[in-house]
Ligand binder design. Structure first.
Ligand SMILES: Cc1cc2nc3c(=O)[nH]c(=O)nc-3n(C[C@H](O)[C@H](O)[C@H](O)COP(=O)(O)OP(=O)(O)OC[C@H]3O[C@@H](n4cnc5c(N)ncnc54)[C@H](O)[C@@H]3O)c2cc1C
Length: 449
C-alpha cells in the first residue's frame, strides 16, 4: 500500500504546479497520469512555443459563472511569479503581442522546468496509470465510490483499519492502491480527446455531489451555415481585422447587461476556413457563444457608423464628391482599403444578390451607401455550430466554483478534496491566460493540501 500526503490526479500544467508547491512544503507528493508522458498539452501549446502567461492577466480575462472566484488565486500567484521561475531556469522568452509571453526556443523548456522543480521538491510522478476509484475513508464505506470496485476495503484487518484512520482517501489504481490525506483533481477538460482528455474530473465531482456548470468547447473555430459556406468558403485563407461580439437580442439585453462577460468584444484577426471562421477574434468570441446566437463582426472598427446625414459617411466618403462614380464597383474599390480585395469583391457580389436594384444603379443614393456602411460595422453570422472538442483549445464550464474555497481550491463539503486547472469552471481568454489559471490554482491547492 502506497501512502502519501498529497495525491495529484493529472500531470498537466495545474497538477505539476500543485506538486511543486506541495513538495516544497515537504509533503509526500505523488502525481498520477493516464498518459505515458507528463504535460503533453504544454508541449503542443502556443504552436510548440507555449504561451505560458500573459503579463496583463486580470480577473476580467476569465469566464466563470462566478466572475469573482478566480480573483484570490490569481492575486496570490501572479504572472511575475511564473516569470521569476522561468528566469531562474534561464529560459529565453519574448512578448509576442498583447502581453503574451512565449518561449524563444520550445515548449519543452517549460515542461522540463516543471519536471526539474518537481524532482527538486521530491514530488514523484507515476505515468501510464489508470485510476479505478476514489474512496472517501472519512465518510461511510460506500460514499465516494466510483464505478470501479474497492478490493480489500471490506476485508481490512483491525490493524489496517487503525492505520488508515488518518488517511482521508483510498485510491485504487492499475498499479495498486494508494492512501492519501488529500486528493487534488487536475485532470483537465474535454478538449483534444486524442491527446487523452477524459471526463474523469467531472465524473469524480459528480460522485462527491459537486455540481457541474454545463461544459462546452471554448476557443474553437465556428462552422458556417450551409448558405454561408457556399458564399464564403472558397475564400479560405483570407483574414481581416474585426471586432467580434455576440449579438444580443433586445429581449435578452437586460440579462446580458447584468453579466459583464456577455459584453466582451475582441478586436483581432478573423480567418475564413474551409468550413467557417477561425482566427484569434473568432476563437475568443466562441467561448461566449451559445448555439442559436448570432455573432456580429465589425469590419470597419476604425470608423464610426454613419447616421442619416451623408456627411457622416466614412468608408464611402469619396463617393459623395460631385464627380465621383457611385456604382457598386466603386464601393468595392473603397472597401479594398479596409478589407482584402477578394473579400471586398465578394461583399459587393453578395450585396448585389440581395439588392438586385442596386446592381443596376449607376449612382447609388446616400441611403444605400449608408446602409452598406452600417452592414460593414455589423456583419451578422448565425453559426451552425463549432468544430467541437477535437479542435477546441479549452473546455468552458466545469466544476461549479460554488462548491470550492476560492483561496485553496478545496471542496467546501469534502475536506481534503481539491479541484484545479481547466476542470474548474474558470476559462481564460486566448493568450496565456489558461496557463496562468493552471499555475495560480495549482499553487493555491499545493500551498494548502
Ligand atoms: C492545442 C492547444 C494549444 C494551447 N495553447 C495554449 C497556450 O499557448 N497558452 C495557454 O495559456 N493555454 C493554452 N492551451 C490551453 C492549456 O493547454 C490548458 O488550459 C491547460 O493545459 C490546462 O491545464 P490542466 O493541468 O488543467 O489540464 P491538462 O494540461 O489538460 O492536464 C490534464 C492531465 O490529466 C491527465 N488525465 C486526464 N484524464 C485522466 C485520467 N482519467 N486519469 C489520469 N490522468 C488523466 C491528462 O493526461 C493530462 O496530463 C492550449 C490548449 C490546446 C489544446
Amino acid at each position: 500500500m502506497t501512502e502519501v500526503d498529497v495525491l495529484i490526479l493529472g500531470a498537466g500544467a495545474a497538477g505539476l504546479m500543485a506538486a511543486i508547491e506541495a513538495g516544497r512544503r515537504h509533503r509526500r507528493v505523488l502525481v498520477l497520469d493516464l498518459a505515458d508522458r507528463a504535460g503533453k498539452k504544454i508541449l503542443i501549446s502556443g504552436g510548440g512555443r507555449c504561451n505560458f502567461t500573459n503579463i496583463h492577466t486580470r480577473p476580467e480575462n476569465f469566464l466563470s459563472a462566478n466572475p469573482h472566484f478566480a480573483k484570490s488565486a490569481l492575486a496570490r500567484y501572479t504572472p511575475q511569479d511564473f516569470i521569476a521561475l522561468v528566469e531562474k531556469h534561464g529560459i529565453p522568452y519574448h512578448e509576442k503581442t498583447l502581453g503574451q509571453l512565449f518561449c524563444d526556443r520550445s515548449a519543452h523548456d517549460i515542461l522540463n522546468m516543471l519536471l526539474r522543480e518537481c524532482a527538486e521538491a521530491n514530488a514523484h510522478i507515476q505515468l501510464s496509470t489508470t485510476i479505478l476509484s476514489v474512496q472517501n475513508l472519512s465518510q461511510s464505506s460506500t460514499a465516494g465510490l466510483s464505478s470501479g470496485s474497492t478490493p480489500g476495503l471490506s476485508f481490512r484487518s483491525a490493524a489496517e483499519e487503525s492505520a488508515s484512520e488518518s488517511f482521508r482517501f483510498q485510491v485504487e489504481t492499475s498499479q495498486g492502491p494508494i492512501r492519501t490525506h488529500s486528493v487534488i483533481v487536475a485532470t483537465g477538460g474535454l478538449s483534444i480527446p486524442k491527446m487523452g482528455a477524459t471526463s474523469f474530473g467531472y465524473d469524480l465531482a459528480r460522485q462527491f455531489n459537486h455540481p457541474i456548470i454545463e461544459t462546452r468547447p471554448g476557443l474553437v473555430p465556428l462552422v458556417f451555415s450551409p448558405q454561408d459556406q457556399s458564399d464564403w468558403c472558397d475564400l479560405a485563407g483570407i483574414s481581416a481585422e474585426v471586432v467580434a461580439t455576440v449579438a444580443v437580442s433586445p429581449s435578452k439585453r437586460k440579462a446580458a447587461a447584468k453579466s459583464r462577460t456577455a459584453q466582451s468584444a475582441f478586436r483581432e484577426k478573423m480567418l475564413i476556413t474551409h468550413r467557417g471562421l477561425s482566427g484569434p477574434a473568432i476563437l475568443q468570441i466562441s467561448s461566449y457563444w451559445h448555439p442559436g446566437e448570432t455573432i456580429e463582426l465589425n469590419l470597419a472598427a476604425d470608423f464610426d457608423p454613419p447616421t442619416a446625414d451623408p456627411e457622416t459617411l466614412r468608408i464611402f466618403a469619396h463617393l459623395t464628391h460631385p464627380d465621383a462614380r457611385r456604382d457598386l464597383a466603386a464601393t468595392a474599390q473603397e472597401l479594398r482599403a479596409i478589407v482584402p480585395g477578394r473579400f471586398a469583391d465578394r461583399w459587393r457580389a453578395l450585396h448585389a444578390r440581395s439588392n438586385p436594384a442596386h446592381a443596376q444603379m449607376r449612382s447609388l443614393p446616400n441611403t444605400a451607401l449608408a446602409e452598406m456602411e452600417r452592414k460593414l460595422h455589423a456583419w451578422r453570422i448565425l453559426p451552425a455550430g463549432t468544430e467541437g472538442y477535437d479542435k477546441a483549445e479549452v473546455t468552458t464550464g466545469g466544476v461549479d466554483t460554488a462548491a470550492l474555497d476560492a483561496r485553496t481550491m478545496q471542496s467546501r463539503t469534502v475536506p481534503g478534496l481539491y479541484f484545479i486547472g481547466e476542470v474548474v469552471d474558470v476559462t481564460g481568454w486566448l493568450g496565456g491566460y489558461n496557463f496562468q489559471w493552471a499555475w495560480a490554482s495549482g499553487a493555491a491547492a499545493g500551498q494548502s493540501a
